[in-house]
Design a protein around this ligand. Sequence first.
Ligand code: NCD
Length: 323
Amino acid sequence: MLLRLPHLLGVEGLTREQIAFILDQAKPFQEFQRHPLKKLATLRGKTVAIAFFESSTRTRISFTTAASRLGADTMALQAEASSLSKGESLLDTVRTLEAMRPDGIVIRHKSSGAPAFVAERLEIPVLNAGDGMHEHPTQALLDALTIRDRKGHLEGWNLTILGDIFHSRVARSNIHLLSKFGARITLCGPPMWVPRELEALAPGVRCTSCIEDALANADIVMVLRVQTERLHEPALAPGDYILRYQLNEKRLRLARPDALVLHPGPMIRGLEIDPAVADGPQSAVLEQVTNGLAVRMALLYHLVGSASADAPHPAKDRSNASD
Ligand code: NCD
């Protein structure tokens, strides 16, 4: 069966068919976000643990809302308020949560590989909500849904990613996903953030520090948040970053006229992106957020609800409404 995945740990191990299936399943959930009554009974009686060992706003709210719109209850752990601050290990914390019998667990953690480590030790499905510098699979899937909607398909695009690629799990997941669909990928930023080793991540990847070169012929420009604490003078001051790498209107004109602009958020206007571009007609940043709900609903439905791939889709089947 197409989506008999026990967990969602990354995009690297997914096939093109599995990716297309997840995006197809997200489609009716996308429509569903426009309904006046946003509640299904699909996961009624199920509980999803949302364990964020690293602070997050949008991804945490998105997963929590996705679970709740499917009718599930959630059990939330927030790093700052938990016994983690008292030194408890990751394994003890998730085993404690598991003992309260959730039906699935969503994990964000600063260590790469933490969700896989947990998945090997728990009996329930694990969904990776971002692990260290490794992967952020739901972000890449929601980006893919946005690209497919805006540009008609996923095949063969010229993708340019701007910013701190080296530390970015969003970039890694997107590179894995889009290279499976034949993308030519250009990574651009200050040399310390685009080491040539990144070219080995997938076929069709190249690194450059010249933004004009990176933007020429781009169909999709993905801008990453600049973590200001990583901008160290004299290596690179924020002013230099803006001068050399900010995506502004003039630079965007170097890309194809219909190039799509994406940003995973949180976005620092005026640093990595000019507000005129962030709010301009080529930007899809708010669509990305809405699509995040649809993708996460599709994944929770299949992984936590153990739906079969040929079951009637809950967002199409009116008998499934919760009232
Ligand atoms: C990203 C993350 O946490 O990896 N944010 C997100 O989940 N939308 C990107 C970032 O924090 O810069």
